[in-house]
Design a protein around this ligand. Structure first.
Ligand code: F6P
Length: 341
């Protein structure tokens, strides 16, 4: 078969691992693997690149995606053009590594295009899987940053607010913040009380030299809403969140009279070579994808559930974001450690 391979949405560490694993597995079984360049744009522009074993060797260790991606081109209003573009490429099916934006943009083509999905996002907010690749690497960037920032916070007796990605989900803040034992973790799923936070910070001021607060970009106080920094027209998810860490840092200087700074980790969280966990996840998912292609088992996704890589219905990845359940045991870990959450 002639199989298209497309990476869509924001890049995530591990995308190149998926390309290498899917590509090598399919080529070994005699299929032709065609890289679709820059996500959906490659379908619209007929921009493709046949992938050879030489192209694939060693990709797994690299950040980014060898075949490019885009999170600003959707299919809305261009459905016919998209379908015509797909047909013109003479593919027998499409393997797509993407997030909720990518998969919801593919919903209209369920009947017409044979698709196998692979859940990808540093945000870890996809349904149908217990974890997405890229998440572990993003958490390791956060925990390393928090550990490093503690030194300057303590040296100068400062509070440092560290803003992390995740959109409307707090997985990166919670996972990365816990791994570094940060003092405060603010996530969108638990709007924070400014009053209680101020009391916590005032108490800490008496007890320690510096403190670190990890703030999810989508976090907001009780009665508030996520800060939209700007919007990207054409993107399946237009809003880009940000600004809460800076806002809180100024508020703490005013209200607690404790010198404060903010750091936005931004795209560093996406642009690191994958951790071993993410490498292994993508290796196993790629092999699972090849198995599904060989069995002509389309409209499914390779996912990680209950400790193993397995398959599920593709429609599960098209559901709204998987947010942190307020009773999630990681929240009780934070509470038990005296972390403000
Ligand atoms: O969905 C992945 C993500 O990195 C989010 O955490 C973040 O809000 C967004 O993408 C940033 O998008 P962009 O790369 O367009 O700035």
């Amino acid at each position: 078969m002639r199989i298209g391979l497309l990476t869509g949405g924001g890049d995530a560490p591990g995308l190149n691992g998926i390309i290498e694993s899917v590509g090598k597995s399919l080529i070994k079984d005699g299929h032709e693997v065609i890289g679709v360049i820059d996500g959906f744009e490659g379908i619209f522009n007929q921009n493709i690149k046949p992938l050879t074993l030489n192209d694939l060797h060693g990709l797994h260790a690299l950040a980014g995606t060898y075949i490019g991606t885009s999170n600003k081109t959707g299919t809305k209003g261009r459905e016919e053009e998209f379908l015509a573009g797909y047909k013109k490429l003479s593919l027998d099916g499409l393997v797509v590594a993407g997030g909720d934006g990518t998969f919801s943009a593919l919903t209209p083509f369920k009947q017409q295009i044979p698709i196998i999905g692979v859940p990808k996002t540093i945000d870890n907010d996809l349904n149908g899987t217990d974890i997405t690749f890229g998440y572990d690497t993003a958490c390791s960037v956060v925990s390393e940053a928090v550990d490093a920032l503690r030194a300057t916070a303590n040296a100068h007796k400062r509070v440092i607010f560290v803003e992390v990605m995740g959109r409307t989900a707090g997985w990166i803040a919670l996972g990365g913040g816990l791994a570094a034992y940060s003092d405060v973790i603010l996530i969108p799923e638990r709007p924070f009380s400014k009053e209680l936070l101020l009391k916590f910070i005032n108490d800490k001021k008496q007890q320690q030299r510096g403190m670190i607060c990890v703030v999810s970009e989508g976090a907001f106080p009780v009665g508030g809403q996520p800060e939209v920094a700007f919007t990207v027209e054409g993107s399946p998810q237009k809003e880009r969140f940000g600004g809460m860490a800076e806002r809180l840092s100024q508020w703490v200087m005013r209200e607690a009279k404790w010198e404060s700074r903010h750091v936005v980790l931004g795209h560093l969280q996406r642009s690191k070579p994958p951790t071993t966990t993410d490498r292994f996840l993508t290796l196993a998912m790629g092999v699972q994808v090849a198995k599904m292609v060989n069995e002509n088992d389309w409209h499914k996704a390779a996912v990680y559930k209950n400790g193993v890589v397995t398959k599920t219905d593709l429609s599960e990845l098209m559901q709204p974001a998987r947010l942190i359940n307020p009773n999630h045991h990681w929240i009780s870990f934070a509470e038990q450690l005296g972390i403000f959450i």
